[in-house]
Design a protein around this ligand. Structure first.
Ligand code: FES
Ligand SMILES: [Fe+2]
Length: 388
């Protein structure tokens, strides 16, 4: 077994011990926080500048751009962007803005395109961002076209994901940002060999941190999801490793109950837990039993603290790797995706929209995170650090 594997076994053992004793990992104290964190435009502005303008966050999975000239467009917290797979397989990102008078060079959310042309006066750009043609150039007049290519943003592809720092000219080093533990953990998963079965975004009238908080929370499962997630996952039974920025949380699945009395010995316990990874600033990666992954990302709105965009991705083993016939493979994952959507839309989103309305009430007062809400405490602690 690799050291990552041994480490995983020990961690799951620790989670099993919690279940046996009715305990969970805890931090030293409760953490008070206020409603302004989710409503104050000045805090939201600083988050865009000091967090998303400085540190890498996930913009897409590699599988969303499999071939050269594949692109996606996104509204990032600071910039509206287009991310394009290049001829040589690398990825580049640009502001989705024409250098003539600023119209979008691409309106669609995704597609494949060899030449991006602006709908306003039809200037066109190569996938590498250079300005190829200026229409009616004789009368438009002379200028240095090499200075009017698309404006490039820093992106890096690592662990099957595309990461961006949302600021022109900012350095990007995803390995450094992840740190040695999380970088090694993500590398051990081979995410770059997986297929992005589905990726979808939802604009919600909720601050991004209220959303993020709900997807690192093992305390709400049996109350908010009694007939869905709670059938499979225990509530308030979690082992957490705090890596300083990021954190790993191991939650006991109900199937682990078979080991409550019996000693599992050398049995591989991975199928009995969900390993969650909080990736500062705004993603949760869940590793589910049979080696598929759910990636949840929460991106602040560019101006309104009361809105965000959540993106959900389902990363699964390819048809070949799964050994399933194609129709069965599609059925299995389609069903899985539908369940995820249903839980999200029917159970999480209504609660979270209500939270946003509540924190927006004029006289709302302070709130508090428990000692058992370890990852939420890490998230809030790290956000405060980035803003200070
Ligand atoms: S704004 Fe793009 S061509 Fe004029
Ligand atoms: Fe939930």
């Amino acid at each position: 077994m690799t050291s990552v594997g041994i480490d995983r076994q020990l961690r799951i053992r620790r989670t099993l011990e919690h279940l046996r004793h009715g305990t969970t990992d805890e931090v030293g104290d409760v953490l008070p926080f206020g409603p302004a964190d989710f409503t104050d435009p000045e805090i939201a502005r600083r988050e865009r500048e000091e967090i998303f303008g400085r540190v890498p966050s996930v913009v897409a999975s590699s599988g969303e751009l499999p071939e050269p000239h594949d692109f996606i467009t996104r509204q990032m917290p600071r910039n509206r962007v287009v991310v394009i797979r290049q001829e040589d397989g690398s990825v580049k990102a640009f502001l989705n803005a024409c250098r003539h008078r600023g119209a979008a060079i691409e309106e669609r959310e995704s597609g494949r395109c060899r030449l991006f042309s602006c709908g306003y006066h039809r200037w066109s750009y190569d996938p590498d961002g250079s300005l190829r043609t200026v229409t009616r150039s004789e009368s438009f007049g002379d200028f240095d076209k090499s200075k009017y290519g698309l404006i490039e943003l820093p992106v890096e592809e690592r662990h099957g994901l595309i990461w961006m720092v949302d600021r022109v000219g900012a350095p990007i080093d995803v390995a450094e940002w992840l740190g040695p533990e999380m970088d090694a953990e993500l590398a051990s998963y081979g995410l770059d060999n997986l297929v992005t079965f589905r990726a979808e975004g939802f604009d919600e009238p909720v601050n991004w941190k209220i959303m993020q908080d709900a997807f690192i929370d093992n305390y709400h499962i049996q109350y908010a999801h009694p007939n869905t997630a709670a059938k499979h996952v225990h509530t308030n039974v979690q082992t957490v490793e705090d890596f300083g920025r990021h954190a790993r949380m191991t939650s006991a699945r109900k199937a682990i109950d078979r080991w409550l009395e019996e000693d599992p010995g050398d049995t591989d316990l991975s199928p009995y837990v969900t390993d969650g990874h909080f990736l500062l600033p705004n993603s949760t990666l869940l590793r589910q039993p049979d080696d598929h992954y759910e990636l949840l990302t929460f991106r602040p709105h560019p101006t309104d603290p009361g809105w965000c965009r959540m993106e959900m991705r389902l990363l699964v083993p390819s048809i070949e790797a799964s050994g399933l016939p194609q129709a069965k493979w599609e059925r299995v994952w389609e069903k899985n995706w539908e369940i995820l959507l249903q839980v999200l839309h029917q159970e999480d989103f209504p609660l979270l929209r209500d939270s946003q309305l509540a924190v927006s009430s004029a006289d709302m007062a302070g709130m508090v995170l428990g000692r058992n809400e370890v990852v939420n405490q890490i998230f809030h602690r790290e956000i405060r650090k980035l803003l200070s």
